[in-house]
Ligand binder design. Structure first.
Ligand SMILES: Nc1ncnc2c1ncn2[C@@H]1O[C@H](COP(=O)(O)OP(=O)(O)OP(=O)(O)O)[C@@H](O)[C@H]1O
Length: 292
């Protein structure tokens, strides 16, 4: 659905994107993540056809998005701010947005899907931040796009609306919609993404399927235990008072060793074993990749 290869983008002499490659496949959710100023918006704008690359190639539905406007009718874009007049009501805004589309769209269905039906006669400027995001998403869904761009979709939403939005996105994925998500909310990416790329300083620092990316980084075993000599493990153990934290590249093996060793000897109280989180991987990208 999307192909980005060798992409470079410049603002004057400043190279904001320095050779980015990734693909987004049909029916998947791809999360484009990154540190502040990493170049995500620049990449997105190029994919959306608003910016021509300095070098490299971008294809959406197999065509150049900067030249071929036909892809617009198959694409839904949830912007950070949809830019409609605050004096219009929710329903007026949705009807106006629908009129700008070439595809037929179900305005009532989109408002209903986002729980905005009871708010349809409220002026947009009176909506809460979370309701506003839901309206932005409803507008992006008009015309039932094959490809959906979600830019920070759940900013300002309360936990319940956020969960409802994730469920809605999962539903869209089940019906074959392809989604490109950008978010600073890493739990969101962890919950939704099939594959992802983490950008830093204009480059992709980490990419792959969520499962592989998490598996490639050290998992963690945590428990509390008195001062005691631990068995030899593959991972490294650190102690903060009675709390022991083991970072391991082989969670199953070290956990097995630890449980066998503790059996009948010691209660590993508060034992937790978990894979690396995107939060930790993100942090290591920030620390490891040298600043330009
Ligand atoms: N119009 C512009 N002129 C000059 N530099 C720009 C312009 N727009 C963006 N930049 C710079 O390009 C780099 C990438 O910006 P971009 O907005 O693509 O990053 P981002 O990953 O979306 O950041 P954030 O997560 O902070 O929104 C940044 O260093 C930014 O300051």
């Amino acid at each position: 659905m999307i192909e980005v290869s060798g992409l470079r983008c410049r603002y004057g002499n400043f190279e904001a994107v320095r050779g980015v490659d990734f693909e987004v496949h049909r029916g998947e959710l791809f999360a484009l993540l990154g540190t502040n100023g990493a170049g995500k918006t620049t990449v997105l704008e190029t994919i959306e056809g608003h910016r021509a690359p300095a070098e490299g190639r971008v294809r959406v539905f197999g065509v150049n998005p900067a030249r071929d406007r036909r892809i617009r009718s198959r694409t839904g874009i949830m912007l950070q701010d949809s830019g409609f007049a605050g004096d219009l009501t929710v329903a007026e805004t949705a009807r106006l947005a629908a009129r700008m589309l070439t595809r037929k769209s179900d305005v009532d269905g989109a408002l209903d899907a986002l729980g905005l039906d009871p708010r349809r006669d409220v002026r947009v400027k009176q909506l809460s931040g979370g309701e506003r995001r839901r309206l932005d998403l409803a507008l992006a869904l008009l015309g039932e796009p094959d490809l959906l761009f979600l830019d920070e979709p759940t900013v300002g939403m309360d936990p319940e609306s956020r969960r409802a939005t994730w469920e809605l996105v999962r539903g869209l994925l089940r019906t074959g919609t392809t989604v490109l998500l950008t978010t600073h909310y890493l739990e969101e990416a962890e919950r939704l993404a099939h594959r992802l790329a983490i950008m830093h300083e204009g480059c992709v620092a980490v990419s792959g399927s969520l499962v592989d990316v998490l598996a490639e980084h050290d998992a963690r075993i945590v428990f509390t235990a008195p001062e005691i000599e631990l068995p030899a493990l593959i991972g490294s153990a650190m102690r903060h008072e009675s709390r022991v934290e083991i970072r391991t590249p082989d969670l199953q093996r070290d956990l097995q060793t630890l449980l066998n060793w503790a059996d009948g000897r010691l209660d590993l109280s508060g034992l937790r074993a978990q894979p690396a989180s995107l939060e930790e991987i993100f942090q290591s990208v920030r620390e490891e990749v040298p600043a330009r």
